[in-house]
Unconditional design. Sequence first.
Length: 152
Amino acid sequence: MIGTTDIEGFAREKVRRSLSRNRPLTAQLEACRWDDDTGRPWWWQPDEARVRNVVIKLAKGHAAYELSESWHDEPDAYSVRAIPAMLEAERQEFECIGGEAQCLWPELGSRAFLRALGKSVPPDRYSVDWQTGIDVRMVIGEYLACRVVWNR
């Protein structure tokens, strides 16, 4: 998002510390960078397997947190898209989880149950729908739209 691995370009101290201590990580990130003819970053090609691993772990964590359920199987659907590259219709579909009113109730006492009752639960940039399986949608860094689905 910043366009560099130069630690001076990062506002977050934790990120600066991580990159300064972990030279192999910095080298991996540099290997993902494609520059234009002027030498400026034009495109970043992430390691898809690593991204998939992180996104699925986050989705499992959100499902466990919201529904008190855990999933060990591979997901039935997985997608990661850069929000600026999405068409307006794609973005609206991504942000409209569940569609109609919820017909089924989640696990009694779970955070999703409290939300269904209209209780105050802090808002997050993720959603978990449980109607036909588990459908987890999350936004990372206000940049990546991620979706992981396990069908029942």
